[in-house]
Structures are given as C-alpha cells and as structure tokens.
Design a protein around this ligand. Structure first.
Ligand SMILES: [Mg+2]
Length: 222
C-alpha cells in the first residue's frame, strides 16, 4: 500500500467523526454546482462574477486515483481555468503538502512538477482546517475562492465551512480506490441524494452567478 492510499484510508476515521458534527448543518455537504467533470465549468464566467482563485482536489477531480498526471479529458479545461485565473490555481490535497504526511514538502514538490500546479502546504485534512493557508496564498478572503472536488464530505464540506463556492465533479472512476473509500463514497452519495430530495440546499453564496450565466445545472435539480 502506498503512503497516498494509507493517507486516504486514515481519513475515513476523520470523515466518520465529522459526520456526527454535521447533524443540523447538512447543507455544508451540498455543493453549489454539480457537474459531470470540470469541462462543464465556465471559468471565465466565474472570474467575471468576481472570484479570485481556484482550489482543486487531486484524485478523481484532476487525476485518476493515485495517478501522477492530469487526466487527459480534463486537461484543456484545467488550462482554461489557469488562463482565467493566472497564477491563482492551487491544489489542496489530503496527502501531498499535508504536514503530517509530507513534512519536508518533497511529495508536494514532486507533484507540482508532474501536474504543473502549486500544491498548498497545510496542516489539517479536509474537511477539517480553516482558511488560513489559502488566504495567505491567495491574499484574499476564502469566500472569493472556488473549491473543486469530488468528495462531498471532504472537499465540499471543507469549502462550504470556509465560505467558498463549491463545485463537485462526479468521480472519473472508482477503479483503483480501496473498498473502504468505495464504501464511504456510496454512503456519501446515498446521504446527499436523500438530503437534496428533502430540499436541503447549499449555503447561500452571494457571489454565485445565476445558472444561465454559467450554462450548467444546479445540484437541487438532480
Ligand atoms: Mg478526490
């Protein structure tokens, strides 16, 4: 088992614990925007709406699970994102750049070379942790940033907790993911379907452009 797999499995405990604190704040797990993949995101429209930077998860958002290269079908969208937000795109991983797993930052450095995106150095795993590292990197408020990630209870909860706009692409594949991760993912999907079915919506974000401007569907329509 690689250190990356180990890291993701350890996080299951964190997610389970976090679930108990989500009661009454379930809206935190609902993304503002749901897409099949990032090709559906209009980065220019988001920049024009006033957003100042993009924060990406890695596995199943930009790369296949544990892969070290951007998944070819989303490469162009990532380049468009970088063009819309020059020097203002970063990766926030629960492995590379996380102090407890990557104390000297060597994993982050290797990943930066492979993906050509800066990897944020930080101390807490999503969904835990505040916006400090991001706000220092971008020199703006977290609510002006966009969090893009495939996991409801890590990426989306982290982004919403910190007042960011949250975009949730569906995972590329569950192949190569551990049984534990697959199980947690099924659990998450089930809960989200139930909650959105009951009308629970993402937290209000006052910079969110209307759906027509973005040309995509909202989570609540799922
Ligand atoms: Mg992921």
């Amino acid at each position: 088992m690689s250190w990356g797999m180990l890291g993701q499995n350890f996080n299951v405990a964190g997610v389970t614990i976090f679930m108990s604190t989500l009661a009454g704040r379930r809206y935190l797990a609902i993304p503002h925007i749901s897409v099949q993949d990032i090709n559906q995101v209009d980065w220019k429209a988001l920049r024009e709406a006033g957003f100042k930077g993009c924060v990406f998860d890695k596995d199943n958002t930009l790369t296949l699970p544990y892969a070290a290269a951007v998944h070819a079908p989303v490469l162009r969208s990532l380049e468009e994102c970088k063009a819309a937000f020059p020097e203002r795109v970063v990766m926030l991983s629960n492995s590379a750049g996380l102090e407890q797993f990557d104390p000297d930052g060597s994993k982050a450095e290797a990943l930066e070379k492979q993906l050509n995106i800066p990897v944020l150095r930080h101390k807490s795993k999503k969904p835990g942790g505040g916006p400090e590292a991001l706000e220092a990197f971008f020199e703006c408020e977290a609510r002006q940033l966009i969090m893009i990630g495939d996991r409801y209870f890590t990426d989306v909860v982290y982004g919403n907790r910190n007042g960011m706009l949250t975009i949730r692409p569906a995972p590329f594949t569950t192949e190569g993911e551990s049984t534990v991760i697959k199980t947690v993912r099924m659990f998450e999907d089930h809960k989200i379907r139930r909650w959105t079915g009951r009308g629970i919506q993402a937290p209000v974000h006052n910079m969110l452009p209307n759906s027509e401007a973005l040309g995509i569907d909202w989570t609540k329509d799922e």
